[in-house]
Write a protein that binds this ligand. Structure first.
Ligand SMILES: [Zn+2]
Length: 83
């Protein structure tokens, strides 16, 4: 997790966000991404409730903010398993 760095002086960054529902536990969370023309890469983030990992294209590691608790009633963590 990185610290928030103010980028006011760098207009190249495009900030956007979207709301996602976790496919594993049903939690809803907002994902904040900073994109940069030509600077995007595959960045990972995790569901704040179960730690299931997701990926998106962004210039910096995305930040997530929990909006609604998980809906599956469990307390386990998502296990990355090989199928
Ligand atoms: Zn989850």
């Amino acid at each position: 997790m990185g610290q928030v760095i103010r980028k006011d002086a760098e207009p190249e960054f495009q900030h956007s966000s979207f709301v996602q529902s976790c496919a594993y536990c049903g939690a809803r969370f907002a994902v904040f991404v900073s994109r940069e023309r030509g600077g995007d890469a595959e960045e990972g983030y995790a569901c704040p409730e179960c730690d299931k990992s997701y990926h998106t294209h962004a210039a910096l590691e995305p930040m997530v903010s929990l909006l609604a608790a998980r809906s599956d009633g469990k307390k386990d963590r998502y296990q990355e398993t090989m199928f």
